[in-house]
Design a protein around this ligand. Sequence first.
Ligand code: CS2
Ligand code: MN
Length: 356
Amino acid sequence: MEMTLRWYGSQFDSVTLEQIRQVPGVHGVITTLYDTKPGEVWERAAIHELKQEVEAAGLKIAGIESVNIHDAIKIGTPDREQYIENYITTLEHLGQEDIHMVCYNFMPVFDWTRTELARKRKDGSTVLAYTQEAVDALKPEDMFDSIGADSNGFVMPGWEPERMSRIKELFELYQDVDAEKLFDNLKYFLEKIMPVCDKYDINMAIHPDDPAWSVFGLPRIIINKENILRMMHMVDNPHNGVTFCSGSYGTNLANDLPDMIRSLQGRIHFAHVRNLKFNSPTDFEESAHLSADGSFDMYEIMKALYDIGFDGPIRPDHGRMIWGEVAMPGYGLYDRALGAAYLNGLWEAIEKSDLK
Ligand code: CS2
Ligand code: MN
């Protein structure tokens, strides 16, 4: 595996490349052109410039998170053809710049959903949290407002203001899209992009829906082992793979994370590893990465990745906000650096006990 940190670009991130470079064991970043909108072509020159900036700091681009998918592709309207063309052009440009892993998601309307971005824990740290009760009491448009209000002034990925202002219209457009239709539209998209992925050896890594169930009546399909295997088999190409995000699949306690990892051998192209602490099955918070602080056995998760020979980029996912840092919720430096060090330590121990 290759330990990385997510970085939003110097215009958008409070964390610098110089800081990331000093996290032991981190040699790469997962980044994006944060100011491009879903559906836009990523110009090769812009990708090249980003790459040069990262390399000048002594790091490399280990992959992109995310190249977002335009709603027309998810809904399946006739204009999807143009947006798929644009996506293919973006993939060509990434391939030409020697970038070979692209994370994306196929969630209707919302990206990840949390009901609190700064829940205070006993030790004074703050974390992202979710309760089903809070979602049930909210209208979708209020959800957007609460996310915006709590974000320390940062634009949260997936919660861009332009999307917030179109929320009602988006819900109407998705009216006839059920889970089966969403699967069909995903298949259609993947079949169209596989040739360019084959040509440039680009691994597509779908991110799970977070939380891993339907919110506000919208269908969600990338939620469990059965569906993810269906998705892989329906377009049976090794470039059609997944981002294994423990914190997203783990929102559903019925998901056996190590077992899911083992069933995805060869198709996990990217891993997000973080822990959750459940207070009840519908109330969880994003704890520190350490097993003892949350509900998951992080050793078993890393061991499963090791056992299947996972060699792609991995990153600590959201961290807590600690030591007075002010940053995008989930994306401060300090706790993610602790997470990276901890995950590296687990990996070293697993590797050495295996080689003994
Ligand atoms: C990320 C997602 O911050 C997060 O929760 O894991 O926003 C992820 O980047 C997207 O869903 C992938 O497209
Ligand atoms: Mn994730």
